[in-house]
Design a protein around this ligand. Structure first.
Ligand code: SAM
Length: 272
């Protein structure tokens, strides 16, 4: 996969030289190219921003410099047969970045990221490239970062570990929280390694039993309990058809415990 990133802080991306992503680059699975946006400015101060039309606080990134930069990167050409890149514009007002979106990106041969600073990029840039490329405005969460670089790191790392050959054991990707399949919308439960007892805390006995079917069932119970506790919104999204009798029993227990705790906490918490 080829990834181009245009930013005023290309040095922000040194983490992409280490660990899993770094190794994927060394092995030729990922070709990441960084570009300094200011290289496409024409003034002595290398200006990339200006005051917003209509007033208001902050500065807006100028369309001309982004246009020249994006055109130049596209003109360099991508991997053979890739056509044009899919352009990803990080913004808090974009569609949410999820594991499903990551899987979609992992199938692309060429991604182009345009992380912004200040109040973002002049909106005409997205309008312009929408007519020529597939453009996604993507948010990594309901909060506001100082710039899009950290969002790009999040997206690239998530996509990279889905590429064939990047993770030794493909099953570990299939078992992840949010992975499409029987565990979709369920968070992964707790995990353990040696020693069997640490500071008086034993590993759950079932995991030492070697009984694969029972271990799988125990893991699903734990995933249901953890999801109920941490992300009730995901429980509401579970497809009832995907739940077996034991799943329903576990969820009923969770609800009873939750209601009992709310009752003990008093009337205000019952209303929540
Ligand atoms: N005023 C903008 C708003 O409220 O939508 C926020 C601009 S933010 C300070 C600057 C840049 O950081 C954005 O243009 C975007 O590239 C990036 N950014 C900030 N939060 C983000 C998020 N949650 N997801 C993706 N990118 C984000």
């Amino acid at each position: 996969m080829r990834i181009d990133i245009i930013s005023i802080f290309p040095e922000y991306f040194t983490p992409l030289e280490v660990s899993l992503v770094g190794k994927a680059r060394e092995r030729g699975i990922l070709d990441i190219r960084l570009h300094q946006l200011r290289d496409w400015t024409h003034d002595v101060h290398k200006t990339v921003d200006d005051t917003p039309y209509g007033g208001g606080p902050g500065m807006v990134m100028k369309p001309e410099v982004w246009g020249e930069a994006i055109d130049a990167v596209i003109a360099q050409g991508g991997p053979e047969g890739a056509g044009l890149p899919r352009m990803i514009v990080p913004t808090p007002s974009g569609r949410p970045f999820t594991q499903r979106v990551a899987l979609e990106y992992a199938r692309e041969p060429w991604l182009l990221f345009t992380p912004a600073r200040y109040e973002g990029i002049d909106a005409r840039v997205v309008d312009e490239y929408r007519s020529r490329l597939r453009v996604d405005e993507v948010s990594i969460g309901d909060y506001v970062l100082a710039g899009g670089e950290a969002a790009v790191l999040v997206i690239v790392e998530t996509v990279a570990r889905l590429l064939p050959g990047v993770i030794g054991n493909a099953q570990s990707v299939a078992d992840d929280s949010f992975a499409p399949g029987p565990m979709e919308n369920l968070l992964e439960g707790p995990v353990y390694t040696k020693p069997p007892v640490w500071r008086g805390h034993p590993v759950p006995e079932i995991l030492l039993s070697g009984h694969h079917a029972r271990i799988a069932r125990w893991r699903r119970d734990q995933a249901l309990r953890r999801t109920f506790e941490m992300r009730p919104d995901l429980i509401a999204r579970l497809d009832p058809e995907s739940l077996d009798e034991r799943d329903r029993e576990v969820l009923a227990e969770c609800r009873e415990r939750h209601e009992a705790a709310a009752f003990r906490a008093g009337p205000q918490s019952m209303a929540d």
